[in-house]
Design a protein around this ligand. Sequence first.
Ligand SMILES: [Zn+2]
Length: 165
Amino acid sequence: MNSQVGPHYCPPDQTIYIDLDFFGELQARFGARGGDFAEAYVIAHEVAHHVQNVLGISDDVRQLQQEHPDDSNNLSVRIELQADCLAGVWANSIYQRDGVLQPGDIEEGLDAAASVGDDRIQKTIQGRVTPESWTHGSSEQRVDWFTTGYESGDPNLCDTFSADL
Ligand SMILES: [Zn+2]
């Protein structure tokens, strides 16, 4: 995956950028099943970064990363997993609302979360897994945190910063 063109949230202009080729690449290269809710998960994850920005979490983490460069990747993983958890909270909220979700939607989201795990991406791109260079967390961690948000619907449980990862 070319991370230059991967989906991302840009804090200064509070805008989400998504190259639509990304979804096809996810399926072709990383074995994702795809589906509309796979796309919804990716967008919800980026919206969660906006929430983190508005709440001041992103600024706090950026400052910590400057003060503790050795901890920079670890902090990055934690803020990314929190975004996955908040995406799960959103999925819970639409489930509660009015049956917007179709059978299989959550599985599509979980499958997408797994397909963008650092271990899966590293194995595909570089043929080996180097956890010390992770910035988003493993497939298992991303699925776990999305699930935590989805099952609870409670953003207070998305405290990935004090959790044992
Ligand atoms: Zn992210």
